[in-house]
Design a protein. Structure first.
Length: 264
């Protein structure tokens, strides 16, 4: 079922992703951000797009790609996470919303770059339209048993709200260790549920990045775009919103040139 947004994009052949950021458990490297008060972001409608290359599988628990604290309870958090088997998904933890955890052919790997999109619009009347996962341009339709819940209508999420957020770390809960992964082209669109064709396209049988600056993206109040080009400020937001992130235990050596368009 199509998303309620335009799928057309301008051609973007030759787009080069120059840099990625290295997040590693050994140095507990991650990015943190607290947006303004609740209500500044949409919270019901948003899109996350990120390219990721795992460096190792979680040993006994899971790792967050991005997370947001929901309330004071230890187990209440919104997150896009990776499980030990390198399956991944979006989870609203603590019984406060829904969870979609991918399996089957949607496995993140340690030897290649993959693109994931989480597109949320909880105002949708049809539950399957409220939370959508995409892997390398394809909508995920295979989920871990017992974990399929698209969320209640008009559910207010924590992501993009006035809560502490973490990229590369679970900011609230038991499993608060950092991820082992490279990430590139990290984009959050506040207020629009986008299809993956806003961020990538099929080329020569592969799914490749396209230039966000050519896609007429309206990032919204709390939207951001991290391209990790500034090795002295890897949390620099280049969307025009200046929603910069705080760097934690990440030096200039955490900017890498292994990227989706120039894989090592």
């Amino acid at each position: 079922m199509p998303l309620n947004t335009e799928l057309w994009h301008q051609p973007a052949s030759g787009f080069d992703v120059e840099y990625a950021a290295r997040f590693d458990q050994s140095s507990s490297s991650w990015l943190s951000k607290t947006f303004g008060s609740d209500g500044t972001g949409d919270a019901k409608i948003w899109t996350i797009s990120v390219w990721i290359k795992m460096q190792s599988a979680p040993s006994s628990d899971y790792r967050s790609i991005i997370s947001a604290a929901v309330n004071g309870s230890t187990n209440h958090v919104d997150q896009v996470r990776v499980l030990p088997a390198l399956t991944w998904g979006y989870q609203r933890q603590g019984g406060i919303g829904g969870a979609l955890i991918a399996e089957g052919n949607y496995v993140l790997t340690t030897n290649s770059w993959n693109h994931i999109v989480v597109a949320v619009d909880t105002t949708q009347g049809t539950d399957t339209n409220r939370t959508k996962l995409f892997f390398n341009g394809t909508q995920v339709d295979d989920f871990l048993s017992g974990n399929v819940n698209y969320g209640s209508q008009n559910f207010v999420t924590g992501i993009g709200q006035g809560r502490v957020h973490g990229i590369g770390k679970l900011v609230q809960g038991t499993f608060n260790t950092t991820i082992d992964a490279y990430m590139a082209e990290f984009i959050f669109v506040d207020g629009v549920q986008h299809a993956p064709t806003k961020f990538g396209e099929s080329s020569g049988g592969s799914w490749v990045p396209i230039d966000p600056s050519e896609q007429s993206i309206t990032f919204g109040t709390n939207g951001f775009y991290l391209n990790f080009a500034n090795n002295s400020d890897l949390g620099n937001d280049v969307s025009g919103n200046n929603n910069d992130w705080t760097v934690n235990a990440m030096g200039t050596d955490h900017r890498v040139t292994d990227t989706p368009t120039n894989p090592a």
